[in-house]
Each structure stands twice: as C-alpha cells, then as structure tokens.
Design a protein around this ligand. Structure first.
Ligand code: HEM
Length: 483
C-alpha cells in the first residue's frame, strides 16, 4: 500500500519560515509573469495591440517566458521540495536551504535588469528565449544554481533520513526524482557551455543558444511534469487518504523521471555540439520517455478516485466538493494536461499550435495543479484563505480562460498563423476569428490568474493565526485526510 504522507506532522518555525519565503517569492514571480502574459496576449489580439512596436513585443514575450516558465515554475517546485520534506519528516540542511533561496533570488534580480532596461538583442529561441546580454545569462545561470542547491539539499536530506521511519512516501520519492532531474539540468547546461564555449563568437546567436539550452530544457520538462504528478497525488491524497495503489509500481514509474534525463548531456559528447538540436532522434526519445510515466500514473490516479465512488455514482458526483479550489484545480489540471498531450505541435511546426500545446500542458496541467497545492500550503502556515468566495470561482475562471486561449491559438495555428510574431496580429486576416477567441480567453485567464495571486498574497501577508482557528476554517468534507 502506498503511504502518501506522514500524518499530522506539525511544521517547525524554521520549516514554516522557509516554506513561507519560497511561496511568497513564487507568488511574486507568478504575478509578474501573469501581467506580462496579459500584455503579450493583448498585443496579439486583433484590434487591441497594446504594445507599440515589434521590439517591445519581443522583449515582453521574453520577459513573460522568463518569469512564467523559468522563475514561477522552478520557484514553486522548490517550494514543493520544502513542503514535502517537512511533511515527510526529512530534515533539510539549514545553510543549504537558505543558500538555495538567496541564490535564486539574486539570479532573479540580475535577470530583471536587462529586461527592465530593454537591453540586448532579442533571441526568441525555444527553452530559454533571451536578451543577448551577459547580465541575462549570468542571472539565468545564478537562478538555476540556486534551484540546483535546493534540489541537492533535498536529496541530502533524503539520504540522511532516519530509516526507522519506514519507506519513503510516494510524494517524497517523486520529489527526489524531480531533484535528480533538476541536477541533471544543471549538469547539462554546464556540459553544453564547456563544449560550445561562452559567447556565440561569430556563430548565429539563435542556433548557439538553442544548442546551449537544449539538454537543460529537456531535463527541466521532467522536473515540471514529475512535480505535477506528485502534486496530483498529494491533492487526491488530501481528500481520499491512503491509496490502495501498488507502491512499487508507482515508484518504478516515478523513477523514469529521474533516469531518462540522464541521457540529455550525452549528445554534446557524440556530435558537433552546435548540431545537437538537429539530432531529432534524441529529442523524440526524450519526449517519448517523458510521456511513459504520465501514461501510467495519470490513469492509475483516476482509478483511485473512481474506486471511492461507491454504488451510487450520482450521489457521489453530488457529494463532490465542486466549490473546493484544491479539488477543482486538480480536475481542470488533469483535463487540460490530457488535452495538451493530444495536440502535439509536430503536426504544424512554427505555428501557434506550439504555444497551444504547451499552454495546455504547462499552464493548464502544471500551473493549475500548483495553484491547488499553494492554497493547501496556506493551512500549514496557519493562514486561512482570504476572499473564500473568490477562491471558489478562481479555478473555474482560470481554466475556462485557458480553454479559450488554447483553442484560439490552436485554431489560428492550424490556419498557419506564425508564433512569436508582432505583425501577424493584424495582417493575418485568415486567423482573425480564432485570434479574437484567443484574446477573450487570455483576458479571462489573466483575471483568474490575478485572483490567484491576489488571494495568495492577501493570505500570506496577513498575520498568522493560531493553529486552532485555521483548523475550524477547514471545510467539513476534509475528513480523513493524510494531512
Ligand atoms: C506558467 C504559465 C505560463 C507559461 C509557462 C507560459 C509560457 C510561454 C512560452 C514559453 C511562450 C513562448 C511562445 C512560443 O515559444 O511560441 C509563451 C507565449 C505566450 N503566452 Fe504564455 N505562458 C504562461 C502563461 C500564460 C497565460 C496565463 C497567458 C494568457 C493570459 C499566456 C499567453 C501567451 C501568449 C498570447 C503568448 C504569445 C504566443 C506567440 O505569439 O507565439 N501565457 N508563453
């Protein structure tokens, strides 16, 4: 049987401080990312075109990806390491924990300088679109090292934990796999830098950076998806308690998240490093290996949920807490992730089908799941959710908006609308209608995102209450949770 979480572990003041700091930092990044997303989306919406020039569009697009894909996701993943460690009785080294947080924060500050000053040539490569200035690169690497320190601190904590406490819980094991993948990402970037040298030095910058970040980008996909699966299991475990799934099988699947990315530095040694992204077989192998554990762990989770339904499905559906944000974020996350998998961009390269695919997978799947756990973390920090009614509506608005955004991008992409293009917003008459749908969806998603950031910031910035008060505020259906 899978032991999901150790029960009723109270967090120490030190654990709470670390969790609070990471969470606040991640929420800050989400707020910036969301504002930038709104600007990008409103510029691509026909008739709105909020940004005045192609240059402004490119810089803001790069800033959006930096804060959304890199900083928000990895800062929240680091928050999950801290939460799972405290939840599972894993002691984190104090110096390592704080060094990881402070280093990441310094990286974020450095990276923000060229963005705020609009410095450097915009290179809109995959994985890490960037402003080609030394500060951006240094900031990015510093941020990533901070995440690497946090991942390493978690793994050391796992290795040193008291074996008498029993086997590692599923979520603790899953986050260990994510930590291994994160360290492989750091190593991949180091290997790429060694093999390619620092600076494009006459080479085409887009090609140079695409090669530089290829291995790291693939490994980070494993980190995000592994953490999303862990968060799914944690959220479902909150409501259903102990699962009756086969722990050995689930752990074997999770281990794929740690083992597969080990291949990502290899191509830099086998070929001319600048040609690595063109070695399609490696990319396809890494993508395919990423989908294997999800294909098993996703349905397995749904089996677990379904098994709890009892005889009367209608009554069960009625009893479902449709107004509970932690449940609804999970439900929408699973739907949007599954949909995103079915619209893989290979069908129409270079079109808006690509952002349709990963906004469904990464924003719909990963971010919605993270939002659910973020709400839950508040209880561990003795802070009740402020604006509870808004919190009930928030996952619905965000998911509905995303569905509009994704279907608009998909429809326009299938008509051939190019990605990352300023002028195509107006000139592409053929995809006018889907782009209007995209803009409407983006506006609703931005509202849902802003509500999440507002609710989280409002709750975190309030004074902590005594534990007793928070317990009373728990909804009635949270009965036999693993919490
Ligand atoms: C975690 C959250 C998010 C992540 C990781 C993310 C990631 C990205 C990435 C990587 C791109 C680059 C486009 C490309 O490579 O083709 C992008 C572009 C874009 N994003 Fe997001 N995004 C997030 C949230 C959002 C939200 C909430 C919205 C809408 C409100 C949004 C709207 C857009 C739009 C319209 C583009 C431009 C597409 C194009 O012109 O190619 N994003 N995003």
């Amino acid at each position: 049987m899978v032991a999901l979480m150790k029960t009723s572990l109270d967090f120490s003041p030190q654990q709470r401080k670390l969790l609070y700091s990471w969470l606040l930092y991640a929420i800050g990044a989400a707020g910036i990312a969301g504002t930038l997303a709104f600007l990008v989306a409103m510029t691509r919406t026909p008739g709105v075109r909020i940004l005045p020039s192609a240059r402004a569009f490119q810089v803001i697009l790069i800033a959006h990806v930096t804060f959304a894909l890199t900083i928000w996701l990895l800062a929240f993943i680091s928050t999950v390491w801290v939460w799972v460690a405290a939840q599972s009785g894993i002691a984190l080294n104090r110096i390592g924990s704080w060094a990881g947080l402070i280093t990441s924060l310094i990286g974020t500050i450095i990276i923000s300088i060229p963005i705020a000053l609009f410095q450097g040539e915009a290179v809109t490569t995959d994985y890490v679109p960037l402003l080609d200035t030394p500060l951006f690169f240094v900031g990015f690497v510093t941020f990533l090292i901070g995440v690497g320190i946090t991942a390493a601190t978690y793994l050391v904590g796992v290795a040193r934990r008291d074996r008498a406490a029993g086997p590692l819980s599923l979520i603790a094991f899953g986050m260990a796999c994510a930590a291994v993948a994160a360290l492989v990402a750091v190593v991949s970037l180091g290997v790429a830098a060694l093999r390619l040298g620092i600076g494009a030095n006459g080479r085409e910058p887009a090609q140079y950076y695409q090669s530089m970040f290829w291995g790291m980008g693939h490994s980070l996909q494993y980190v995000s998806v592994a953490t999303m699966v862990v968060v799914w299991y944690a959220l479902v475990g909150l409501f259903l308690g102990e699962s009756r799934l086969n722990a050995k099988f689930a752990k074997a699947m999770l281990a794929i998240f740690a083992l597969s990315p080990l291949a990502s530095p290899i191509p830099y040694f086998l070929y001319d490093p600048i040609t690595v992204p063109q070695r399609k077989a490696w990319g396809i192998a890494l993508d395919s290996a990423l989908s294997v554990p999800v294909m098993f762990l996703g349905p397995l989770l749904l089996v677990w949920v379904w098994r709890t339904r009892g005889e009367d499905v209608r009554a069960w559906l009625k009893r479902m807490p449709w107004g509970e944000p932690r449940v609804m974020t999970f439900v929408f996350s699973a739907i949007l992730f599954a949909f995103g998998l079915t619209i893989h961009p290979a069908a129409r390269q270079g079109t808006l089908r690509t952002p349709a695919h990963y906004h469904s997978v990464v924003v719909g799947g990963v971010t919605l799941a993270f939002m659910g756990l973020a709400y839950h973390m508040l209880s561990k920090l003795n802070r009740p959710v402020v604006w509870r009614r808004a919190a009930i509506a928030q996952p619905y608005l965000f998911a509905l908006g995303l569905m509009g955004l994704v279907s608009g991008l998909l429809g326009a992409g299938d008509l051939g609308a190019p990605r990352k293009t300023y002028d195509a917003a107006v000139t592409g008459a053929a995809w006018l209608k889907p782009m209007i749908v995209m803009g409407g969806g983006a506006a609703i998603a931005a509202l849902g995102g802003a509500m999440f950031v507002g609710i989280m910031a409002g709750s975190l910035l309030r004074r902590a209450e005594s534990k007793r008060t928070v317990e009373i505020q728990k909804p009635a259906f949270v009965g036999s949770t693993g919490d």
